[in-house]
Ligand binder design. Sequence first.
Ligand code: AMP
Length: 546
Amino acid sequence: MLGLMQDWPLLIHRIIDHAANNHGSQTILSRSVEGPLHTTTYADLRTNALKVAQALERHGVKYGDRAATLAWNTWRHLEVWYGLTGIGAIYHTVNPRLFPDQIAYIINHAESRLIFVDLTFVPLVEALIDKLPHVEAVIILTGSEHMPETTLENAVCYEDWIAAEDGDFAWKSFDENTAAGMCYTSGTTGNPKGVVYSHRSNVLHSMASTAPDMLGIAAADNVMPVVPMFHANGWSLAFSCPLTGGGMVMPGAGMDGASVYEMLETGKVTITAAVPTVWLMLLQYLEKEQKRPTTLKKVIIGGSACPRAMTKTFQDVYGIDVIHAWGMTEMSPLGSLCSLKPAYAGLTGDAKLDVQEKQGFAPFSVEMKITDDDGNDLPWDGKTFGRLKVRGPAISKAYFKGEGGEILDADGYFDTSDVATIDPEGYMQITDRAKDVIKSGGEWISSIDLENLAVGHPDVAEAAVIGVAHPKWDERPLLIIVRCEGADPDPASILDFMAGKIAKWWMPDAVAFVDEIPHTATGKIKKTALREQFADYRLPNTDAAE
Ligand code: AMP
């Protein structure tokens, strides 16, 4: 017997329709790429998205076609996502920080027919266009008054392009499993692989992620996604905010401390989200300028482990809650968030920070397990490390064009390549990437734990730990430090600071200072580059681990 409820496919345009109908006057404040701030509403955003859909059809874009975006977080980027998905075409975000050859590879692999590009990236597209045989037109996200001189023969001015339409258009209807978006994983080895989201996965993921213990977004909130829309599906905030009616504040290209602070204040932001690097810049700015955010209540921090010292500063100095989050491009991307359940809610001080260092528990729609290398389940005791595996309706089952082959195990779980513990309350803690864990004498040392500890030292701005060859122990940890401006700590003071807080055999064998730690295009520490840089490094005392 079947249920007698209506057949209502989970399509993304229902989200923007809902926002326009129920929260039509709610605002989206953006820092435009041209400079001035710009305000629109969900009602107007929907009208412009309908115009984008009309213009796409006029251009001959059809169901299943891909269009790349090389763009910052602005209202125009949102209009383009909704316009494309509204006709069953696919937004394909491209990370402009990748190497140009990788960008060309990604656009060609996806066979994107159009590129929507911000003014910032026009020179990049000009340099690449000869290598992009599928691209028929480049739509420059600006008005005619700002159209640049360009060598692109097929350049179109976005505002003129949509001004030719009247918005009198009905969204297309199709199966909810239709592809909606694509995002290539940063992949440290081999070519990037395409993750393909569906309408259904995006809608379910957004519904699950707005729950109070997850992102916890309400119509009264103003949410600033500093995380770019080209990182991991923009953490799905382009859907979660209109779905709840929360306002949006889009920071455009400004990620430095001063710009982020200005948008926090101007947009009366209550919730914001980004990787730790962004928050490091903001905290440095606040300290230097003696400023305080006045409306911000909650910062969602993920993409890399959130250092304990960062959580402490946000909470103790500024009274702003930190929610540590974990996820992956392949997971749409949210996998877990660290809200405090009743078992932990009463904690204070260090005991609370201990829990907040964990990446948290899964929302409904994500199932997790940890296994050993043979696939046997490991206990949720908060101590045993294992490979973290996940399954759910917004988690990849394959990459675009079958790259990478079969990616699920016999039970349908995807191996995240992360190594983690899970405690009896279901709080997962990443101990490392499988390839970054330091293997010392057959035991594992978590590079992330050491990094988190080291950045608690007042003179340390950033820390990275890699394993270096050791004649007896295979590998031992080397701690690589970027000093705070003007500070000159000696290695012993950093090691003294760490001693006693971790097992003795986890202590780094040496400390090296660098001016800068390399980052990947998605803001993670580039361990591969550090390993190359220190390939010839020899530990000063090879007996140190004994
Ligand atoms: P990406 O798909 O580029 O977002 O990368 C996903 C990977 O980032 C995960 O598999 C983790 O290794 C790492 N990651 C994301 N969030 C966290 C976090 N909160 N703590 C530690 N690692 C994280």
